[in-house]
Design a protein around this ligand. Structure first.
Ligand code: LLP
Length: 405
């Protein structure tokens, strides 16, 4: 296992200063991942899929590395613009947008990447003569869990090749220029061959669209969570993907920009969730390590049976036990780590859950009326709160319920 970047001393200092549970992000790892991406994909429009983690401070840092954003809702677009992302560096790829959302994104001056004939028709009718991008579903999907496979026959995403004549007719009717072709096959992909194979049918479509300015092959770059998973060779991925698109552009005989939209790869390993053990309970055959965070803060283990590496501080001596790290939520699925053989931590110890920077805070909820944690940026020796811990009033603000106190 890669050592957790937040060691015992700094973890204790962080917990002391900001309390627990807290999401902590390493500025150094974030920067490293962004630079690895920009190095592997020169002359490419890189747009970070901000659904993975939309903390404004992290977004600013990502922008400073010359990376744009892939957005999926009008509020993601709004936040991106408020943080200074240029319109040309924002793409909207929302799924099943209503008309209000089409209006809001169009008003924001951002390019829409649409994936249903209905959305295209409604967008064209409302805003004739707009440029537009098409999201395709070309049969090959992939991902670490069925829930995150976003192409293939069972997927709700994308237009099929059979939809294209109608899509082109709609575009003609409303004077829309099809300037982008896009696909995203899924999340957590480790096989370069599969990724390249999935690009082929997209590449076959390029000559069909004379006004095309970019081809976007999506995100999904895998990050290892388990000991038996290895880092992908990003340089090699970059070379191969760029080479294939380079050949396609040469055949095409007109310029075309490559675009990608990694989410997890940039933020996953930068983030840890620092929790404190509240309760240790031993039953006949297992040890429950109850911590002050759970599925409401990190739903990935409950939702996808995802494995997250973890470390407990301080190191304890003793006999390893069959530990289950669980939270305070009233569901038996409220598990952060299933069956780990380790020396059980004691009440008051810290459990640091790694690889929590992507789809961690972003998917947190208020289930059981529990508050979301604080977020802290660790930059060398400096630690800075970049989002406050929620309080009662943050949870009941909705609707006409006026909290008192
Ligand atoms: N582009 C589009 C259109 C997407 O839908 C996604 C992710 C991405 C890019 C970025 O994919 P990435 O590079 O992060 O793999 N909550 C799940 C992941 C869901 C991903 C959804 N779409 C998880 O925790 O594993």
């Amino acid at each position: 296992m890669k050592p957790v970047w937040l060691g015992p001393k700094r973890a204790a200092r962080l917990a002391e200063r900001f309390g627990t549970p807290t999401y902590a992000y390493s500025a150094k790892i974030l920067r490293g991942r962004c630079r690895a991406m920009t190095r592997a994909f020169p002359a490419t429009q890189i747009r970070y899929a901000m659904k993975a983690n939309a903390n404004p401070t992290l977004l600013r840092r990502i922008r400073a590395e010359g990376i744009g954003v892939d957005t999926v809702s009008r509020y993601e677009v709004r936040l991106a613009k408020e943080l200074g992302f240029a319109r040309k560096d924002i793409l909207y790829s929302g799924n099943n947008p209503d008309n209000e959302e089409l209006d809001a994104v169009h008003r924001a001056g951002v390019m829409l990447n649409l994936d249903a004939l209905s959305s295209l028709r409604r967008y064209g009718a409302r805003f004739p003569n707009s440029p537009v991008s098409l999201r395709m579903n070309l049969e090959i999907g992939a991902g670490h869990h069925p829930h995150v496979v976003t192409a293939g026959p069972d997927s709700k995403f994308g237009l099929s090749v059979d939809d294209l004549p109608e899509a082109e007719a709609i575009a003609r009717r409303f004077g829309m220029r099809i300037v982008g072709l896009h696909q995203h096959i899924g999340s957590g992909v480790f096989e370069l061959d599969l990724f390249l194979r999935a690009m082929e049918p997209l590449i076959q479509l390029l000559p069909r669209f004379p006004a095309l300015e970019f081809v976007d092959v999506g995100g999904g770059f895998g990050v290892p969570y388990r000991d038996d998973e290895a880092d992908i060779d990003l340089e090699h991925w970059g070379q191969q993907i760029r080479a294939r698109i380079g050949r396609a552009v040469a055949d095409l005989g007109r310029p075309l920009r490559l675009a990608i939209e990694p989410g997890r790869y940039l933020v996953c390993e930068a983030g840890v969730l620092v929790t404190r053990v509240t309760t240790v309970k031993r039953t006949q055959d297992r040890t429950f390590v109850g911590v002050d965070s759970g599925m409401h803060h990190l739903i990935r283990p409950a939702l996808y049976q995802s494995y997250h590496p973890l470390t407990a501080w301080p190191r304890r001596e003793g006999t390893p036990e069959r530990c289950f790290v669980v939270g305070p939520i009233c569901e038996s699925g409220d598990v952060l780590a299933e069956e780990r053989t380790l020396v059980a931590p004691e009440e008051g110890d810290l459990v640091v859950i790694a690889n929590a920077g992507a789809y961690g805070y972003a998917m947190a909820s208020h289930y059981n009326l529990r508050a979301r944690p604080a977020e802290v940026l660790v930059d060398g020796d400096a630690m800075k709160r970049i989002r406050g811990r929620e309080r009662y009033r943050d949870l009941v603000r909705a609707g006409d319920l006026r909290p008192r106190g």
